[in-house]
Design a protein around this ligand. Structure first.
Ligand code: GDP
Length: 137
């Protein structure tokens, strides 16, 4: 059984779409194995997105991700890394397929409502960034 990290980003929490996002996961047979609401400090957002630190949008991304609370979740299911990415849609909502979370709710390429791990190695790092073993059920 595979696990991935999902985040409803600060824009998604502000838009009050948390329930709708979880509904889509559960309707797809994906199980929520852990969940909490947190507000990242700038340092914590920088650590989470460290792979992007050389990108021109890094500072703006860190400001956005620490601008309000977000909801972090561990999702579990067969092929859940890929299936969550499909439910999310493309990074830029303008390119996202109809019916995806980002197409339906994201404002722009940065404030794009949700995050999902993109590979098993990043999922392991990202899950351990937010949850210890006792918090995952
Ligand atoms: P993801 O895996 O689809 O989330 O995309 P990436 O790993 O490429 O980027 C991480 C996050 O950085 C995205 O989800 C966006 O919030 C943000 N981002 C990506 N590309 C851009 C960009 O060109 N401009 C800005 N402002 N933000 C971006």
């Amino acid at each position: 059984m595979e696990r991935t990290l999902s985040i409803v980003k600060p824009d998604g929490v502000r838009k009050n779409i948390l329930g709708e996002v979880i509904r889509r996961f559960q309707e797809a047979g994906i199980r929520v194995a852990a969940i909490k609401m947190i507000q990242l400090s700038k340092a914590e957002a920088e650590g989470f997105y460290a792979v992007h630190r050389e990108r021109p949008f890094f500072g703006s991304l860190v400001d956005f991700m620490s601008s309000g609370p977000c909801v972090v979740m561990v999702l579990e299911g067969d092929g859940v890394i890929r299936r969550n990415r499909e439910l999310m849609g493309a990074t830029n909502p303008a390119d996202a397929a109809p019916g995806t979370i980002r197409k339906d709710f994201a404002g722009n390429i940065e404030q794009n409502a949700v995050h999902g791990s993109d590979a098993p190695e990043t999922a392991a790092f990202e899950i351990s960034y937010f949850f210890n073993a006792l918090e995952i059920h």
